[in-house]
Design a binder for this molecule. Structure first.
Ligand code: IPM
Ligand code: MN
Length: 330
Protein backbone atom coordinates (compact mmCIF):
# COMPACT_ATOMS: atom_id res chain seq x y z
CA UNK A 1 0.00 0.00 0.00
CA UNK A 2 2.96 2.30 0.57
CA UNK A 3 4.17 1.83 -2.99
CA UNK A 4 0.63 2.01 -4.35
CA UNK A 5 0.15 5.30 -2.49
CA UNK A 6 3.43 6.72 -3.75
CA UNK A 7 2.66 5.73 -7.35
CA UNK A 8 -0.83 7.23 -7.07
CA UNK A 9 0.55 10.47 -5.60
CA UNK A 10 3.05 10.84 -8.48
CA UNK A 11 0.33 10.27 -11.04
CA UNK A 12 -2.23 12.45 -9.26
CA UNK A 13 -4.62 9.53 -8.77
CA UNK A 14 -7.30 10.03 -6.13
CA UNK A 15 -8.46 6.94 -4.31
CA UNK A 16 -10.13 5.78 -1.15
CA UNK A 17 -9.47 2.58 0.75
CA UNK A 18 -11.41 0.54 3.27
CA UNK A 19 -9.55 -2.06 5.30
CA UNK A 20 -11.03 -5.36 6.41
CA UNK A 21 -9.54 -7.54 9.09
CA UNK A 22 -10.04 -10.93 7.48
CA UNK A 23 -7.87 -13.96 8.14
CA UNK A 24 -6.67 -16.54 10.60
CA UNK A 25 -6.42 -14.28 13.63
CA UNK A 26 -9.97 -13.05 13.23
CA UNK A 27 -11.23 -16.56 12.66
CA UNK A 28 -9.54 -17.81 15.82
CA UNK A 29 -10.87 -14.89 17.86
CA UNK A 30 -14.45 -14.76 16.55
CA UNK A 31 -15.10 -17.90 14.50
CA UNK A 32 -15.88 -15.73 11.51
CA UNK A 33 -14.08 -16.34 8.22
CA UNK A 34 -15.65 -13.98 5.70
CA UNK A 35 -18.95 -12.53 6.89
CA UNK A 36 -21.62 -12.23 4.20
CA UNK A 37 -21.92 -8.53 4.91
CA UNK A 38 -18.25 -8.05 4.02
CA UNK A 39 -18.61 -10.14 0.89
CA UNK A 40 -21.51 -7.92 -0.17
CA UNK A 41 -19.47 -4.80 0.44
CA UNK A 42 -16.55 -6.19 -1.57
CA UNK A 43 -18.77 -6.32 -4.65
CA UNK A 44 -18.95 -2.56 -4.64
CA UNK A 45 -15.23 -1.81 -4.92
CA UNK A 46 -13.17 -1.18 -8.03
CA UNK A 47 -10.38 -3.39 -6.75
CA UNK A 48 -9.51 -5.57 -3.79
CA UNK A 49 -5.99 -6.03 -2.51
CA UNK A 50 -5.53 -9.26 -0.61
CA UNK A 51 -2.64 -10.11 1.67
CA UNK A 52 -1.44 -13.68 1.80
CA UNK A 53 -3.66 -16.38 3.26
CA UNK A 54 -2.82 -19.08 5.81
CA UNK A 55 -2.45 -19.47 9.57
CA UNK A 56 -0.52 -22.23 11.37
CA UNK A 57 -3.28 -22.79 13.96
CA UNK A 58 -6.13 -23.03 11.46
CA UNK A 59 -6.88 -26.33 9.77
CA UNK A 60 -5.82 -26.19 6.11
CA UNK A 61 -8.74 -25.45 3.82
CA UNK A 62 -10.81 -23.23 6.10
CA UNK A 63 -9.27 -19.92 5.12
CA UNK A 64 -8.50 -20.97 1.56
CA UNK A 65 -12.06 -22.08 0.88
CA UNK A 66 -13.71 -19.54 3.16
CA UNK A 67 -11.90 -16.46 1.91
CA UNK A 68 -9.86 -16.83 -1.26
CA UNK A 69 -11.98 -19.32 -3.17
CA UNK A 70 -15.19 -17.79 -1.85
CA UNK A 71 -14.29 -14.35 -3.16
CA UNK A 72 -13.15 -15.80 -6.50
CA UNK A 73 -16.40 -17.72 -6.94
CA UNK A 74 -18.93 -15.33 -5.40
CA UNK A 75 -17.56 -12.29 -7.20
CA UNK A 76 -17.16 -14.34 -10.37
CA UNK A 77 -13.49 -13.42 -10.79
CA UNK A 78 -13.16 -15.78 -13.69
CA UNK A 79 -9.65 -14.92 -14.81
CA UNK A 80 -6.55 -15.58 -12.77
CA UNK A 81 -3.75 -13.70 -14.45
CA UNK A 82 -0.26 -14.81 -13.59
CA UNK A 83 2.72 -13.25 -15.36
CA UNK A 84 5.90 -15.31 -15.46
CA UNK A 85 8.58 -12.72 -15.98
CA UNK A 86 12.20 -12.96 -14.97
CA UNK A 87 13.48 -9.57 -13.83
CA UNK A 88 17.06 -8.71 -14.75
CA UNK A 89 19.49 -9.60 -11.99
CA UNK A 90 17.26 -12.32 -10.56
CA UNK A 91 18.68 -15.82 -10.62
CA UNK A 92 16.55 -18.52 -12.22
CA UNK A 93 17.17 -22.23 -11.73
CA UNK A 94 16.97 -22.62 -15.52
CA UNK A 95 20.37 -23.02 -17.06
CA UNK A 96 21.30 -20.52 -19.79
CA UNK A 97 17.96 -18.71 -19.63
CA UNK A 98 17.47 -15.03 -18.87
CA UNK A 99 14.85 -12.26 -19.00
CA UNK A 100 14.72 -12.57 -22.79
CA UNK A 101 13.61 -16.17 -22.57
CA UNK A 102 11.39 -16.06 -19.50
CA UNK A 103 8.56 -13.66 -20.24
CA UNK A 104 5.09 -15.09 -20.67
CA UNK A 105 1.74 -14.92 -18.97
CA UNK A 106 -0.60 -17.64 -17.78
CA UNK A 107 -4.37 -17.12 -17.99
CA UNK A 108 -5.90 -19.53 -15.52
CA UNK A 109 -9.64 -20.15 -15.54
CA UNK A 110 -10.68 -19.27 -12.00
CA UNK A 111 -14.26 -20.32 -11.27
CA UNK A 112 -14.78 -23.82 -12.67
CA UNK A 113 -12.96 -27.10 -13.29
CA UNK A 114 -11.91 -29.24 -10.36
CA UNK A 115 -12.33 -26.27 -8.05
CA UNK A 116 -16.12 -26.40 -8.36
CA UNK A 117 -16.18 -28.44 -5.16
CA UNK A 118 -18.71 -30.94 -6.45
CA UNK A 119 -18.44 -34.58 -5.52
CA UNK A 120 -18.89 -36.89 -2.64
CA UNK A 121 -18.04 -40.17 -0.99
CA UNK A 122 -19.52 -43.61 -1.34
CA UNK A 123 -19.07 -45.92 1.65
CA UNK A 124 -16.86 -43.37 3.37
CA UNK A 125 -14.51 -44.83 5.94
CA UNK A 126 -14.77 -48.37 4.61
CA UNK A 127 -12.38 -50.33 2.44
CA UNK A 128 -14.92 -50.02 -0.38
CA UNK A 129 -14.77 -46.26 -0.23
CA UNK A 130 -14.99 -44.27 -3.43
CA UNK A 131 -14.29 -40.54 -3.44
CA UNK A 132 -15.61 -38.60 -6.40
CA UNK A 133 -14.57 -35.09 -7.33
CA UNK A 134 -16.26 -33.70 -10.36
CA UNK A 135 -14.86 -31.29 -12.86
CA UNK A 136 -17.25 -28.68 -14.21
CA UNK A 137 -16.57 -27.04 -17.55
CA UNK A 138 -19.29 -24.92 -19.09
CA UNK A 139 -19.33 -23.55 -22.59
CA UNK A 140 -19.85 -20.04 -21.25
CA UNK A 141 -17.13 -20.39 -18.64
CA UNK A 142 -14.56 -21.69 -21.09
CA UNK A 143 -15.55 -19.24 -23.81
CA UNK A 144 -15.13 -16.09 -21.70
CA UNK A 145 -11.78 -17.29 -20.41
CA UNK A 146 -10.43 -18.25 -23.81
CA UNK A 147 -11.69 -15.00 -25.34
CA UNK A 148 -9.93 -13.01 -22.63
CA UNK A 149 -6.73 -14.88 -23.44
CA UNK A 150 -7.01 -14.11 -27.15
CA UNK A 151 -7.60 -10.44 -26.40
CA UNK A 152 -4.59 -10.38 -24.11
CA UNK A 153 -2.43 -12.08 -26.72
CA UNK A 154 -3.43 -9.44 -29.22
CA UNK A 155 -2.48 -6.65 -26.81
CA UNK A 156 0.89 -8.09 -25.84
CA UNK A 157 3.75 -7.23 -28.06
CA UNK A 158 5.45 -10.56 -28.25
CA UNK A 159 4.99 -13.51 -30.57
CA UNK A 160 1.21 -13.25 -30.76
CA UNK A 161 1.01 -16.88 -29.82
CA UNK A 162 -1.67 -18.36 -27.60
CA UNK A 163 -1.06 -21.85 -26.21
CA UNK A 164 -3.90 -23.96 -24.91
CA UNK A 165 -2.57 -26.14 -22.11
CA UNK A 166 -4.87 -29.10 -21.55
CA UNK A 167 -5.05 -32.87 -21.35
CA UNK A 168 -7.39 -33.48 -24.26
CA UNK A 169 -5.88 -36.91 -24.86
CA UNK A 170 -7.27 -38.19 -21.55
CA UNK A 171 -9.97 -35.78 -20.42
CA UNK A 172 -11.91 -36.54 -23.56
CA UNK A 173 -15.08 -34.72 -22.49
CA UNK A 174 -13.88 -31.76 -20.47
CA UNK A 175 -10.96 -30.84 -22.65
CA UNK A 176 -12.69 -31.73 -25.85
CA UNK A 177 -14.94 -28.81 -24.98
CA UNK A 178 -11.88 -26.62 -24.32
CA UNK A 179 -10.36 -27.49 -27.71
CA UNK A 180 -13.57 -26.85 -29.62
CA UNK A 181 -14.10 -23.52 -27.90
CA UNK A 182 -10.45 -22.57 -28.36
CA UNK A 183 -10.70 -23.20 -32.11
CA UNK A 184 -14.09 -21.59 -32.46
CA UNK A 185 -13.14 -18.38 -30.65
CA UNK A 186 -9.81 -18.46 -32.47
CA UNK A 187 -11.61 -17.85 -35.75
CA UNK A 188 -12.20 -14.31 -34.54
CA UNK A 189 -8.42 -13.89 -34.15
CA UNK A 190 -6.91 -15.02 -37.43
CA UNK A 191 -3.59 -13.24 -36.76
CA UNK A 192 -2.92 -15.12 -33.55
CA UNK A 193 -0.86 -18.25 -33.76
CA UNK A 194 -2.54 -21.13 -31.93
CA UNK A 195 -0.58 -23.81 -30.13
CA UNK A 196 -1.73 -26.84 -28.19
CA UNK A 197 0.27 -28.39 -25.38
CA UNK A 198 -0.66 -31.17 -23.02
CA UNK A 199 -0.12 -30.15 -19.43
CA UNK A 200 2.62 -32.69 -18.78
CA UNK A 201 4.53 -31.53 -21.84
CA UNK A 202 3.91 -27.93 -20.80
CA UNK A 203 5.83 -28.44 -17.57
CA UNK A 204 8.69 -29.92 -19.56
CA UNK A 205 8.82 -27.04 -22.04
CA UNK A 206 8.48 -24.39 -19.35
CA UNK A 207 11.77 -25.70 -18.02
CA UNK A 208 13.47 -26.52 -21.30
CA UNK A 209 12.16 -23.84 -23.69
CA UNK A 210 10.30 -21.12 -21.76
CA UNK A 211 10.88 -18.76 -24.71
CA UNK A 212 8.29 -20.74 -26.68
CA UNK A 213 5.50 -19.26 -24.58
CA UNK A 214 3.76 -15.94 -24.97
CA UNK A 215 0.27 -16.39 -23.47
CA UNK A 216 -0.90 -19.74 -22.06
CA UNK A 217 -4.56 -20.40 -21.32
CA UNK A 218 -5.55 -23.30 -19.11
CA UNK A 219 -8.11 -24.72 -16.71
CA UNK A 220 -8.22 -23.97 -13.00
CA UNK A 221 -6.33 -26.98 -11.67
CA UNK A 222 -3.61 -27.06 -14.30
CA UNK A 223 -3.23 -23.30 -13.93
CA UNK A 224 -2.72 -23.72 -10.20
CA UNK A 225 0.05 -26.25 -10.77
CA UNK A 226 1.91 -24.68 -13.67
CA UNK A 227 1.91 -21.22 -12.07
CA UNK A 228 3.89 -22.53 -9.10
CA UNK A 229 6.40 -23.85 -11.61
CA UNK A 230 6.22 -20.47 -13.34
CA UNK A 231 6.93 -18.69 -10.06
CA UNK A 232 10.02 -20.83 -9.52
CA UNK A 233 11.50 -20.12 -12.93
CA UNK A 234 10.99 -16.40 -12.45
CA UNK A 235 13.00 -16.44 -9.27
CA UNK A 236 10.59 -17.77 -6.67
CA UNK A 237 7.50 -16.91 -4.66
CA UNK A 238 9.14 -13.68 -3.56
CA UNK A 239 8.41 -12.06 -6.93
CA UNK A 240 5.30 -13.81 -8.29
CA UNK A 241 2.21 -11.57 -8.42
CA UNK A 242 -1.30 -12.26 -9.66
CA UNK A 243 -4.70 -10.79 -10.34
CA UNK A 244 -8.14 -12.39 -10.06
CA UNK A 245 -10.27 -10.51 -12.54
CA UNK A 246 -13.78 -10.09 -13.64
CA UNK A 247 -13.06 -7.84 -16.60
CA UNK A 248 -16.60 -6.45 -16.36
CA UNK A 249 -16.61 -5.64 -12.64
CA UNK A 250 -14.36 -5.99 -9.61
CA UNK A 251 -10.89 -7.56 -9.43
CA UNK A 252 -8.71 -8.86 -6.61
CA UNK A 253 -4.91 -8.71 -6.56
CA UNK A 254 -2.61 -10.84 -4.48
CA UNK A 255 0.86 -12.31 -4.34
CA UNK A 256 0.86 -16.01 -5.29
CA UNK A 257 2.67 -16.95 -2.09
CA UNK A 258 1.16 -17.90 1.24
CA UNK A 259 1.47 -16.07 4.54
CA UNK A 260 4.86 -17.47 5.65
CA UNK A 261 3.76 -17.64 9.31
CA UNK A 262 7.28 -18.39 10.50
CA UNK A 263 8.14 -14.79 9.72
CA UNK A 264 5.08 -13.06 11.17
CA UNK A 265 6.01 -9.71 12.66
CA UNK A 266 9.71 -10.08 11.90
CA UNK A 267 9.86 -7.52 9.10
CA UNK A 268 11.86 -10.01 7.03
CA UNK A 269 9.61 -11.28 4.28
CA UNK A 270 10.06 -10.22 0.70
CA UNK A 271 7.31 -7.75 -0.26
CA UNK A 272 8.10 -7.68 -3.98
CA UNK A 273 5.35 -10.09 -5.05
CA UNK A 274 2.81 -8.09 -3.08
CA UNK A 275 4.12 -4.84 -4.57
CA UNK A 276 3.96 -6.37 -8.04
CA UNK A 277 0.31 -7.21 -7.34
CA UNK A 278 -0.29 -3.56 -6.41
CA UNK A 279 1.26 -2.63 -9.77
CA UNK A 280 -1.09 -5.00 -11.56
CA UNK A 281 -3.95 -3.37 -9.66
CA UNK A 282 -2.96 0.08 -10.96
CA UNK A 283 -2.86 -1.31 -14.48
CA UNK A 284 -6.30 -2.86 -14.10
CA UNK A 285 -7.69 0.43 -12.78
CA UNK A 286 -6.59 2.06 -16.02
CA UNK A 287 -3.39 3.67 -14.77
CA UNK A 288 -0.99 1.96 -17.13
CA UNK A 289 1.75 4.56 -16.71
CA UNK A 290 1.73 4.36 -12.93
CA UNK A 291 1.74 0.57 -13.17
CA UNK A 292 4.70 0.66 -15.55
CA UNK A 293 6.59 2.85 -13.05
CA UNK A 294 6.05 0.32 -10.30
CA UNK A 295 7.31 -2.43 -12.60
CA UNK A 296 10.35 -0.39 -13.58
CA UNK A 297 11.15 0.45 -10.00
CA UNK A 298 10.97 -3.22 -8.99
CA UNK A 299 13.05 -4.16 -11.99
CA UNK A 300 15.68 -1.45 -11.34
CA UNK A 301 16.03 -2.46 -7.71
CA UNK A 302 16.50 -6.11 -8.63
CA UNK A 303 18.93 -5.25 -11.44
CA UNK A 304 20.99 -3.11 -9.05
CA UNK A 305 22.06 -6.21 -7.17
CA UNK A 306 21.34 -4.55 -3.81
CA UNK A 307 19.00 -7.33 -2.74
CA UNK A 308 21.27 -10.21 -1.82
CA UNK A 309 18.72 -12.98 -1.93
CA UNK A 310 14.96 -13.05 -2.53
CA UNK A 311 14.25 -15.28 0.46
CA UNK A 312 12.78 -14.03 3.74
CA UNK A 313 15.49 -12.95 6.15
CA UNK A 314 18.17 -13.10 3.49
CA UNK A 315 17.49 -9.95 1.50
CA UNK A 316 20.00 -7.79 3.37
CA UNK A 317 17.11 -5.36 3.97
CA UNK A 318 13.93 -5.46 6.01
CA UNK A 319 10.52 -5.77 4.39
CA UNK A 320 9.90 -2.11 5.13
CA UNK A 321 13.21 -1.02 3.59
CA UNK A 322 12.54 -2.91 0.37
CA UNK A 323 9.18 -1.11 0.19
CA UNK A 324 10.93 2.22 0.75
CA UNK A 325 13.49 1.50 -1.96
CA UNK A 326 10.78 0.67 -4.49
CA UNK A 327 8.69 3.71 -3.48
CA UNK A 328 11.76 5.97 -3.82
CA UNK A 329 12.61 4.39 -7.15
CA UNK A 330 9.33 5.65 -8.58
C1 IPM B 1 -3.33 -20.25 -5.48
C2 IPM B 1 -3.45 -21.06 -4.23
C3 IPM B 1 -4.91 -21.38 -3.98
C4 IPM B 1 -5.41 -22.19 -5.15
C5 IPM B 1 -5.16 -22.12 -2.65
C6 IPM B 1 -4.60 -21.35 -1.47
C7 IPM B 1 -6.62 -22.42 -2.44
O1 IPM B 1 -2.66 -22.19 -4.30
O2 IPM B 1 -3.87 -19.12 -5.50
O3 IPM B 1 -2.71 -20.70 -6.44
O4 IPM B 1 -5.31 -23.42 -5.15
O5 IPM B 1 -5.93 -21.59 -6.07
MN1 MN C 1 -1.55 -22.35 -6.12
Amino acid sequence: MKVFGAAAAHAGIQYETVEYDIGGDRYLATGEVLPDSVLEELRGFDAIYLGAIGHPDVKPGILEKGILLKVRFELDLYINLRPVKLYPGVPTPLKDKGPEEIDFIIVRENTEGLYAGIGGFLKRGTRDEVAIQEMINTYKGVERCVRYAYELTQKRNKENTLTLCDKANVLTYAHDLWRRVFDEVGEDYPDIKKEYAFVDATTMWMVKNPEWFDVVVTCNMFGDIITDLGAMIQGGMGVAASGNLNPESVAMFEPIHGSAPRYTGKNQINPIAAIGAAGMMLDHLGHEDAAAKVETSISDLLASGKIKDLGAGRMGYTTEEVGDLIAEGL
